[in-house]
Design a protein. Structure first.
Length: 131
């Protein structure tokens, strides 16, 4: 019986950490936008994800992380790719997302249906030898 309680506590702890990451990302994005460091306000939320991108740590529900670029205009494919390149280029951030159960990064503009998605495991540099 006690192991069920421990599992439940672990599940809620991890859920809290996932929502904390979303809240911190949105807060940092808002601050950077207000200060003029970033030209576009970004907003993160949890989505379904892509079942083709699943890995061993993927959550059954909510395995996607969608970043919406609140630019006030339709973004071109290369603009969306640039946002993705910045986020996926941060290996520590990608590994944190994977450890919390995300497997898909989606980036969309806020006006149209323009968007791209990437499998996080491809950008985490996992599987190498430990020195």
């Amino acid at each position: 019986m006690w192991y069920k309680i421990v599992q439940l506590v672990d599940w809620f702890g991890e859920l809290k950490e996932r929502y904390s990451l979303i809240r911190d990302f949105n807060s940092s994005s808002k601050k950077a936008f207000i200060e003029g460091v970033a030209q576009t306000l970004l907003e993160a939320k949890i989505t379904k994800g892509d079942s083709n991108y699943k890995h061993e740590f993927s959550k059954f529900f909510g395995s996607g992380l969608r970043i919406k670029a609140l630019s006030g205009k339709l973004l071109k494919r290369d603009e969306i790719q640039e946002i993705g390149k910045v986020l996926l280029g941060n290996e520590q951030f990608v590994r944190k997302l994977i450890s919390l159960g995300w497997d898909t990064l989606e980036i969309h503009d806020n006006l149209g249906s323009n968007g791209l998605k990437w499998p996080l495991k491809k950008y985490a540099n996992i599987g190498g030898y430990i020195n």
